[in-house]
Design a protein around this ligand. Sequence first.
Ligand SMILES: *[C@@H]1O[C@H](CO)[C@@H](O)[C@H](O)[C@H]1NC(C)=O
Ligand SMILES: *[C@@H]1O[C@H](CO)[C@@H](O)[C@H](O)[C@H]1NC(C)=O
Ligand SMILES: *[C@@H]1O[C@H](CO)[C@@H](O)[C@H](O)[C@H]1NC(C)=O
Ligand SMILES: *[C@@H]1O[C@H](CO)[C@@H](O)[C@H](O)[C@H]1NC(C)=O
Ligand SMILES: *[C@@H]1O[C@H](CO)[C@@H](O)[C@H](O)[C@H]1NC(C)=O
Length: 575
Amino acid sequence: MSPPSSSILLFLFLLSSSLVPLDASHEVLRTLRSVPIAPSPSPASQPYRTGYHFQPPKNWMNDPNGPMIYKGIYHLFYQYNPKGAVWGNIVWAHSTSTNLVDWFPHPIAIQPSQPSDINGCWSGSATLLRGGRPAILYTGINPENQQVQNLAEPKNYSDPFLIEWVKSSGNPLMAPTPTNMINSSSFRDPTTAWLGSDGRWRVIVGSKRNARGMAILYRSKNFVNWVKAKHPLHSKNGTGMWECPDFYPVSKVPVGFDTSENGPTLKHVLKVSLDDTKHDQYTIGNYNEVRDVYVPDEGQIEGAGGLRYDYGKYYASKTFFDSEKKRRILWGWVNESSSTESDIKKGWSGVQAIPRTVWLDASGKQLLQWPIPEIEYLRTNKVELSRQVLKPGTTLEVNGISAAQADVESFFVAKNLDKAEAFDPKWTDPQILCSRKGASVKGSLGPFGLLVLASKGLEEYTAVFFRVFKGQNKYVVLMCSDQSRSSLDNTNDKTTYGAFVDVDPVQGFLSLNLRSLIDHSIVESFGGRGKVCITARVYPTQAIESSARLLVFNNGTEGIELTKMDAWSMKRAQI
Ligand SMILES: *[C@@H]1O[C@H](CO)[C@@H](O)[C@H](O)[C@H]1NC(C)=O
Ligand SMILES: *[C@@H]1O[C@H](CO)[C@@H](O)[C@H](O)[C@H]1NC(C)=O
Ligand SMILES: *[C@@H]1O[C@H](CO)[C@@H](O)[C@H](O)[C@H]1NC(C)=O
Ligand SMILES: *[C@@H]1O[C@H](CO)[C@@H](O)[C@H](O)[C@H]1NC(C)=O
Ligand SMILES: *[C@@H]1O[C@H](CO)[C@@H](O)[C@H](O)[C@H]1NC(C)=O
């Protein structure tokens, strides 16, 4: 991620952009790693800290970096400011895990030390070279504040925790030059590299030329000497700067593939983080290895209006191939929706979303995402609601769970589809539609869904719900996450999010699955079995800790069947 445009943050960054001494308290003795941390509620002064999402004890965190599995250990690096709760002084912090749920901190892995990164160690990715040897390519900021790409390798390959990293003396390995036409302020975030059948590695780096977003392609035989290809892997005018590109193969079977795999049964995904809109947008297409270009499939939309991993707060994401469990796992940064002042006051900013597996939907036209199954081991005290009709006007409390830290899976069925309201073809933007038709706007089939992080008198709640409309020749399902009443504190960003869910009725019934991961100040919702994800950050003032409630509601004029609801309290993860 590039510096926030705010001049205050830029000023803070300039003030302290040189090498800073690192907070010794961040280093954890290796012997402490096996000591279990007793579950405890968040301190009263910190109602927004999460119980099972990844976040460091304090300070600023943004992009996930270099995720990988090495010798059975999962690694997560992340962009981190050791000095405060705002962006600046960026280094690579490092944690490891055996289950992607409980995490152990390690010392800072990569920090400014060479001319090629003296002004910051920005985002990058890990690649497992031949023999499974990890290598990290990352963006460094040089003394001229140019963006260049650097290599770091483990000091000790026998150490499964990869504590120490050594930078290549040849850094930078990729840099803007007077002749290569690269914009030195818009050249960052190298991907995991992939190996072509010609034995050469390829990597892309995000960039732009004027308004044209592009994925600049480099090739190398030895991972040290990189040659820029004549053409980018792909580019698209009008989309602006592409941050944190990601490029990987997928198939309709829910398994993952090594980044270097290609073939007639595989499709490729190109994801870019659009700097202009702060959205992670992807297309599905084909990678032509001979021409070394990526071509999105017919009908795939690039830029605004295209497919997104998440239609709420979710940015700078990155996947990796889990070779042990044969799956592709997606990490994504979830920014705060609170003011910088409150971030400084609470002493931290940023969480990572629960890792998701990603694969291709049967239609071949979009991805599916689902929280990794490991997270289910935190489930406890299951509460079940059995089959019942939610009559118009229903608000039904789900008792017996810790509603501030929960995992809820609901199965709704809409039956009287002929009663669906007509869909106006002018409603092209689902987010605008959701903000016009919030939870309090009655409809016929919907709004129905959940009120999460709700206070006793419903002064505060976040509504996650569906509406069903009758379109020209198919039904249109809208999924919304309405934050407008999420907090009595009006200094927060309470934007309502929305997306259309591509589901069809079966035998006249529309089945809609909704899974919500609720964790104090984050609500991650998965609609239509992973077809749409919406993540929201909310800061209730009353619906906190044991005062938070969970309800199911139907504010439409038609009854909706709740086939089943399973809700669990979630234990704290050890992070
Ligand atoms: C490398 O790591 C292994 C495993 O942690 C350890 O036994 C060995 O002492 C390390 N070697 C060096 C030179 O630090
Ligand atoms: C280079 O990138 C910077 C930073 O985004 C931008 O201000 C400038 O206009 C870009 N130049 C070109 C030619 O795209
Ligand atoms: C690229 O897009 C910009 C605005 O988005 C437009 O002004 C320009 O003409 C386009 N250039 C090309 C080559 O299409
Ligand atoms: C972070 O959140 C703020 C407040 O909602 C928003 O203005 C900003 O664009 C967000 N940044 C990213 C990278 O999502
Ligand atoms: C349901 O609709 C009524 C009338 O518009 C409104 O007062 C109420 O707040 C709505 N319920 C929810 C949960 O939004």
